[in-house]
Design a protein around this ligand. Structure first.
Ligand code: ADP
Ligand code: ZN
Length: 526
């Protein structure tokens, strides 16, 4: 079915943006909004969300107002649009009063096709008065998941966006996000007053990305191995949690002949901008970065994304890995995680600001991430299910390529848990995983002797497993919620679920992680 609108939208796509055809659901979304409908659009990163509001803004009379939290990107976005001949501008806190005045005047004179607005602008009553001064073609709410208090990226200013509809009932609204579980999608619709909006949900599958998650043994060596054997000369991103870890690993790669630059918020702004633009411009550069890197980075040929630390949520993991392979060519999403990651993230959650509810949410996010790490099923199926989408085993993830062996870890679990329970009376000390393992393996070190722990009945009952194997066991117990990290002293403690294991009512299945199975996994990949 072609209407005059369809012709006009396609002409705009070709004339202004220089593309031949719409992708995926773009055409449907655009037609719906051009005709005045409200829309909620879920498309993975790189799916082409921007055109979904830019083209209707150009086709409909008036200015399209785009609410975006990504203030740092506004200048670039506006520059790019202006280069295409689109009359675009922005209003945010980086501007001085004069710059704002000029922009406000241009808007009021109807000289803009698109106006990007930082959400905190809406806090100022003058903003609403300004918006009343010209015709608005649509409201686009970018990164709409920021309105969700359950999400990983809540921005209180987004709650004010529910008022748009009351004040400008005739203006269509389009909310866009690259990440939302079905529950979050409902929450977005409710909070933004978008209950009548049509939902457009693209598939979240990124078939060209191979997902791999492995236990961290020696992160540096593992990373080097990945880059040397599979990604020689490729551009990629290595994510680390802390700034110091970023610096350390960038140096390590450079020392080993791999061109790498660091990126984190603590670097001088000039250095940061230079490293980012080198990454975009040059071939085969590796950026070692905190998650501050990547928002709005549109580099098509990122061949790998490596995580050296556990992401805090599946949403974060999906977003970060999604920066690989936007050109559709085979790419790797690789993550190494270990016992320490789980312990330190748990501690970070316990020590975080905010109320108990907030901590519970963070904890749920981490649990979902751990479930993805420890799954013996297809990673892609798990990932897509998390976002409410069905899928069949993919054949392009580590668990599909090398189905993990499982083993009955009930007895080691019981040994570890009985040790944990026996230390209960002394909880005003820190008895972390290392100490528990020393007891199990029967090591008479200073701390053991100081606390008489060689007298415990579990002392030495775990000599059959190595340190590394015990760490794997405890990590999996943490992931399965069978032990927890106590918040004040950081000791390992039992959970409600542990009792069933101790009484022998519950079996504990674990992934086998011997060198042998890992070597086999590496072989099938090449
Ligand atoms: P998102 O916001 O969903 O992450 P963008 O809107 O930034 O994605 O689009 C990602 C890339 O795809 C951009 O480089 C954009 O120009 C390009 N793109 C979008 N739609 C089309 C299309 N119909 N044809 C060709 N390229 C497109
Ligand atoms: Zn799979």
């Amino acid at each position: 079915m072609t209407s005059p609108d369809v012709d006009e939208t396609l002409r705009t796509l070709q004339r202004v943006f220089g593309y031949d055809a719409f992708r995926g659901e773009q055409q449907e979304v655009i037609d719906h909004v051009v005709n005045g409908g409200d829309a909620l659009v879920l498309m993975p990163t790189g799916g082409g969300k921007s055109l979904c509001y830019q083209i209707p803004a150009l086709v409909r009379p008036g200015t399209g107002v785009v609410i975006s939290p990504l203030i740092a990107l506004m200048q670039d976005q506006v520059d790019a649009l202006q280069a295409l001949g689109v009359r675009a501008g922005f209003l945010n806190s980086t501007q001085d009063l004069d710059e704002r005045r000029v922009m406000e005047a241009r808007f009021a004179a109807g000289e803009l096709d698109l106006l990007y607005l930082a959400p905190e602008r809406l806090r100022v009553p003058a903003t609403a008065a300004l918006l009343d001064r010209a015709k608005i073609s649509l409201f686009a709410i970018d990164e709409a998941h920021c309105v969700s208090q359950w999400g990983h990226d809540f921005r209180p200013d987004y709650l004010m966006l529910s008022g748009l509809h009351e004040r400008w009932p005739e203006v269509p609204r389009i909310a866009l996000t690259a990440t939302a579980t079905p529950a979050t999608r409902e929450e977005i619709a409710t909070r933004l007053n978008l209950t009548g909006a049509r939902h457009f949900v693209a598939s979240f599958d990124r078939p060209n990305i191979q997902y791999r998650i492995e236990p961290k043994t020696d992160a540096k060596r593992q990373l080097l191995q990945l880059l040397r054997t599979e990604h020689e000369g490729d551009a990629g991103i290595v994510y680390c949690l802390s700034r110091s870890s970023v610096e350390k690993h960038a140096q390590f790669l450079s020392d080993n002949g791999i061109e790498a630059v660091p990126y984190h918020a603590g670097l001088d702004a000039r250095v940061r901008a230079e490293n980012q633009s080198r990454f975009l411009r040059e071939d085969g550069l590796v950026v070692v970065a905190t998650i501050a890197f990547g928002m709005g980075i549109d580099k098509p040929d990122v061949r790998f994304v490596a995580h050296l630390d556990l992401p805090k949520s599946v949403e974060g993991y999906y977003q970060e890995t999604g920066r690989a392979g936007r050109d559709g060519l085979p790419s790797t999403a690789w993550l190494a995680y270990g016992l320490n990651d789980v312990v330190s993230l748990r501690k970070m959650i316990d020590g975080s600001e905010g109320d108990a509810d907030h901590r519970r949410r963070l904890s749920q996010h981490l649990d979902s991430m751990l479930a993805l790490c420890e799954t013996v099923e297809c990673r892609r199926v798990q990932l897509l299910n998390y976002f409410g989408q069905d899928a069949a085993p993919c054949g392009n993830c580590d668990t599909c390529l090398t189905p993990p062996e499982t083993w009955d870890g009930t007895v080691p679990a019981q040994k570890a848990l009985s040790t944990v329970v026996r230390l209960k009376r002394e909880r005003r000390q820190q008895f972390g995983a290392g100490h528990i393992i020393d007891i199990l393996r029967g090591k008479k070190n200073a701390k053991i002797i100081q606390f008489d722990h060689d007298a415990l009945s579990t002392f030495g009952i775990g000599a059959d497993l190595s340190d590394a194997e015990w760490r794997g066991v405890i990590r999996q117990l943490l992931a399965q919620g069978l032990v927890a990290v106590e918040s004040n002293y950081g000791s390992l403690v039992e959970t409600e679920a542990s009792a069933g294991v101790l009484r022998g009512e519950r079996k504990v299945m674990m992934r086998r992680e011997s060198e042998r199975t890992r070597a086999a996994a590496a072989k099938t990949r090449t």
